[in-house]
Design a protein. Structure first.
Length: 202
């Protein structure tokens, strides 16, 4: 394996960079608490693993070289981000006794984050462009690929958990219904913006 620690730095930078996944993690932490947010973080990590597998099988290369396939994926992902953003924007303020927290559940957070990750073609582009740079052609490919993929997923878990803990701490000072409503609007607006950027980027 070539330059493993450099890969960790590159991957950590990509994961740490604010995007749809980070926005969802921050908003979930402020609204639902750490336990349910961890479900969402697991969904992002698992979605990343699926995207890595797709890129390794050659399908990722097909998606990046076929304008039609990539365009369909891009617009589908954009539509899902906008849908999720509008849904988040319209959520009512969360009261202390709001039973929506109990009803929504970890599984819902996981599924929401999982599909969010799969809807982002930039993840495929990252894996297709980054992974080959760190794989030694003289060593077993599958083993190297597994190490890189699970390292990426581990970074997702650690970095997003750090984001969630930071947001959860800030909630002590941002717990009023008016502020939580603004947080929902900010998170939803950001997801809509990401969706529009994805739709119009070349």
């Amino acid at each position: 394996m070539e330059n493993y620690f450099l890969f960790l730095m590159v991957a950590a930078t990509a994961v740490f960079n604010p995007g749809p996944g980070v926005t969802l993690t921050l908003t979930n932490s402020m609204r639902y608490g750490l336990r349910q947010t961890l479900g969402g973080i697991a969904g992002i990590a698992f979605g990343g693993l699926i995207m890595a597998i797709v890129s390794a099988t050659g399908l990722g290369l097909l998606m990046t070289t076929s304008p039609y396939v990539l365009t369909v994926l891009k617009y589908a992902g954009s539509a899902y981000l906008i849908f999720l953003g509008v849904k988040m924007w319209r959520k009512p303020p969360l009261a202390n006794d709001d039973h929506d927290v109990l009803r929504s559940g970890i599984q819902k957070r996981f599924a929401e984050a999982f599909w969010l990750q799969l809807s982002n073609p930039n993840a495929i582009l990252f894996f297709v462009s980054a992974f080959p740079q760190f794989i030694n052609s003289n060593s077993p490919y599958v083993f190297q690929f597994a190490i890189l993929s699970f390292s990426y997923c581990f970074l997702v878990l650690v970095i997003h958990a750090s984001y969630a803990l930071t947001a959860r701490t800030a909630k002590k000072w941002l717990s009023s219904p008016n502020v939580t409503h603004r947080i929902n609007q900010a998170g939803g607006g950001a997801l809509v913006a990401f969706g529009l950027i994805l739709a119009f980027q070349s």
